[in-house]
Ligand binder design. Structure first.
Ligand code: KG4
Ligand code: ZN
Length: 326
């Protein structure tokens, strides 16, 4: 018998609703609808929490209705309702999560709370154990996922995330927000290879703020396309350095690469030349509702705690989520 799962993510600036159809290990995406706040973010040079929350409120109902129509099913057919409860912008999270809880309550079906990072990892259909390299606008992490889907953070960032470097350099270059895809297009025109920056060689941690400062300084002398390529190559080098060390430490060699920056082809190529990598479909790299439904499904398949009462939270590490919540 098929089951239908709804997933909602409003953790940052995108209002996303996904619907999947599952049977045992099989799954099919029926709808993946995303309303981005591109215009607002470009106008303000980034995400403004109050504006984001208000825009989610304007968009959530229509995003859900479009997703439901696209899926070809009706509300009463949905078996499980899931939404991101954190981490993220609290005002934004509350809109998506409360909307979803209300639907679940009205339909008398379970509501499954999902950690946003759990969602990114679930965007790749990979059996554990694996290492997950989560590279997004809000996070840069290497996580160990054991056989039972318990998570442990092995490497995190001391300052900025990988995505922030793309967005801050993009802002300097007057690109729309988020700038990652525009920097990627620019870097394809680069003719000159600048030696990548060596970052924190002796520590098991990421750091991206030095790279951001270096790129900003280089704008005085180098062309934007060469800086774009240098930025990507330096990030790839830094990611590879930390992954090599962690693979040696853990003996786990399969790497799930996810989060918005995992859409970057140059970074993907360099990672897959070095490791046994698994990437999400391009449509699932950036925040989306389908990955939340996929994470909920993993929780169901692995007999994890499902419906529990938890308030939306702006920050909580995956370690705490694994130990205290799930
Ligand atoms: O996962 P995501 O949608 O949101 C967070 O959870 O943060 O990631 C968004 C980040 C942004 O910083 C954006 O610039 C970056 O992912 N990004 C990219 C690309 N597409 C999105 N970075 C590099 N190359 C891309 N093609
Ligand atoms: Zn994300």
């Amino acid at each position: 018998m098929y089951k239908y799962l709804l997933g909602i993510d409003t953790s940052c600036d995108d209002t996303s609703v996904g619907i999947i159809k599952v049977k045992g290990e099989e799954s099919e995406i029926l709808a993946n609808i995303r309303f981005s706040q591109l215009e607002d973010c470009t106008k303000y040079g980034g995400v403004v929490p109050e504006v984001a929350a208000r825009t989610h409120l304007d968009n959530i109902k229509k995003t859900f209705s479009i997703a439901l129509e696209k899926s070809g099913i009706i509300l009463s057919q949905i078996d499980y309702f899931s939404a991101t409860v954190g981490p993220g912008l609290i005002g934004s999270l509350i809109i998506g999560s409360q909307f979803c809880k209300t639907l679940a309550y009205l339909c008398e079906k379970p509501f499954i709370p999902v950690h946003h990072m759990e969602g990114h990892m679930a965007s790749v259909n990979k059996k554990p154990p694996f290492l997950a390299l989560i590279i997004s606008g809000g996070h840069s992490l290497i996580v160990k996922c054991d056989m039972n889907y318990n998570f442990e953070i092995l490497c995190s960032t001391l300052d900025d995330s990988a995505g922030e470097v793309f967005d801050k350099i993009g802002r300097e270059l007057k690109m729309p927000f988020p700038s990652g895809p525009f920097i990627e297009i620019l870097s394809l025109q680069s003719k000159k290879t600048i030696k990548p920056l060596q970052i924190l060689k002796n520590k098991l941690a990421f750091s991206f703020s030095g790279l951001k400062t270096k790129c900003l300084k280089m704008l005085e002398e180098e062309s934007p396309e060469d800086i774009a390529r240098f930025l990507e190559n330096s990030i790839a080098n830094h990611l590879i350095d930390k992954l090599e060390k962690i693979i040696l430490l853990t003996g786990i060699s399969e790497v799930v690469v996810c989060g918005g920056v995992s859409a970057n082809q140059n970074i993907k190529d360099q990672l897959s030349n070095s490791f046994d990598c698994f990437f999400p479909d391009l449509s699932l790299c950036c925040d989306n509702g389908v990955m939340i439904a996929l994470a909920a499904r993993i929780r169901i398949l692995n007999q994890k705690k499902l419906s529990f009462n938890i308030e939306e939270f702006s920050s909580m590490s995956l370690n705490q989520w694994t130990k205290e919540i799930c």
